[in-house]
Design a protein around this ligand. Structure first.
Ligand SMILES: Cc1cc2nc3c(=O)[nH]c(=O)nc-3n(C[C@H](O)[C@H](O)[C@H](O)COP(=O)(O)O)c2cc1C
Length: 404
């Protein structure tokens, strides 16, 4: 039987650890400050059942700077410990550390970022972490070391539940996102998700209620879909601005459009203009490679968010055109470390390996019914996760730079 990598490899003396010794402390910034100050901010979309801790950690190894939890029902979360345990888990190491390129040269020293735009000491500053950037050397002389962020997404039909949930989760996350886009019928009937798209006053009240409870600087964002009548998008965005929303993510499809329909970049651009630069905006929809990300940025957004693109290739933002083998190895390792239920572990691997497998291999892979059989199958296919275990990766070059 193949080994499943439970032993810690010896430190390789040929690997030089010293370049990392003198790195500055990474800046810890609220997400809107990151969006405003850095050229490229890459975000993992909220994904029910999928953007859970092991997958978020994996994406964080490959230049995904901000991760989002799956949509959590605020009412359940705030009243049930069982819901909290099953809906949310995190670790001190899930946020990565990145070299980021400032939009303005003055940002390089970090000193131009106003103290009020930094994370308030009274809110979440994660304890010491062991993450390092992918390279010890700054890619350019302006690069700034920045810690990644985690946003919790909630669905709620009222402000009180949302504020209760925000209060409970705030020690562990860097902000809250209100889901205004879930198109499913059950959600619409519950008055959550896209049922909020045409209730701008309610969205305004909900954002304000959270701000009143958590403090004006605590980031509260919304994720919306565009409306077939863009006037409604304008009203919604302006109401959110009045409430003090911190940033707005725009999915460029209406609630009636399936994900197979192309995303409407013009509609995203319209929504960006509605925000009048008062808060940063993020575009979402059909981001499969860095060229899609570049086109999205032309709409005027400051950040880009991918969902299915990252499921298919978690290393997308690090410039890989399909899932590299080391990402599969890292995924197996983080999943075994954190513990990941088999159906989700298996489903993520199926998404990631889709473009690598022949039809017969897919059929075989889909028939696997346990973590052990899946791990054995991958080992038989040359996936060498045991020797890449407990390593920090240079995600751009895909090689081990340091063993811990
Ligand atoms: C499996 C799956 C789960 C999703 N769960 C959520 C969710 O929890 N909250 C949310 O706002 N959107 C959710 N979405 C929508 C995505 O966040 C995203 O807006 C949509 O897939 C469009 O992005 P894409 O074209 O990059 O996939 C989900 C999408 C998928 C495929």
């Amino acid at each position: 039987m193949s080994r499943i990598g439970l032993d810690n490899p010896e430190t390789d003396p040929s690997i030089d650890e010293s370049p990392f010794a003198d790195l500055p402390e990474p800046l810890i910034l609220p997400v809107p400050t990151m969006l405003d100050n850095f050229q490229t901010v890459n975000i993992l979309a909220p994904l029910v059942r999928c953007s859970k801790l092991p997958f978020r950690h994996l994406c964080s190894l490959y230049e995904t700077h901000v991760n989002t939890t799956p949509m959590i029902l605020a009412e359940e979360f705030s009243r049930s410990q069982i819901a909290r345990t099953s809906d949310f888990s995190t670790s001190t190491d899930e946020r990565g550390v990145y070299w980021m390129e400032p939009r303005y040269s003055a940002v390089s020293s970090g000193s131009s970022i106003h103290p009020e735009d930094r994370v308030s000491k009274s809110y979440h500053v994660s304890p010491a972490h062991t993450r390092l950037p992918p390279t010890a050397e700054a890619p350019t002389k302006h690069s700034v070391l920045v810690r990644g962020a985690l946003i919790a997404q909630f669905a709620s039909p009222n402000g009180k539940s949302l504020a209760d949930a925000a209060e409970l989760i705030s020690p562990y996350v860097d902000g809250l996102d209100l889901n205004c886009g879930c198109p499913q019928k059950w959600a619409y009937n519950e008055g959550i998700g896209c049922a909020l798209l045409r209730k701008p006053e309610l969205v305004r009240d909900m954002v304000r209620t959270v701000k009143d409870r958590m403090g004006w600087n605590w980031p509260v964002s919304i994720k919306i879909r565009v409306d077939p009548d863009l006037q409604n998008t304008d009203t919604l965005v302006k109401s959110a601005l009045q409430a003090g929303v911190s940033h707005i993510t725009i999915h460029g499809r209406t609630r009636h459009q399936a994900s197979t329909e192309p995303v409407d970049l013009e509609a995203i651009k319209f929504a960006v203009e509605c925000a009048r630069g008062e808060v940063p905006t993020v575009a979402n929809g059909d981001l499969w490679d860095l060229e899609d990300a570049r086109k999205m940025r032309e709409t005027g957004v400051k950040g880009v968010m991918a969902a299915r693109g990252l499921l298919a290739n978690p290393a997308l933002f690090a410039g890989y055109d399909k899932t590299p083998q080391h990402a599969v190895e890292q995924f197996v390792n983080v999943s075994l470390d954190y513990g990941f239920i088999f159906p989700l572990f298996h489903r993520h691997l199926a998404y990631m390996l889709e473009s690598h497998f022949s039809r017969a291999e897919k059929t075989w892979f889909n028939s696997l019914s346990s973590t052990v059989s899946t791990v054995d199958y991958l080992a038989s296919r040359g996936i060498d996760f045991s020797s890449s275990r407990s390593t920090i990766w240079d995600a751009r070059r895909g090689r081990t730079v340091l063993r811990i």
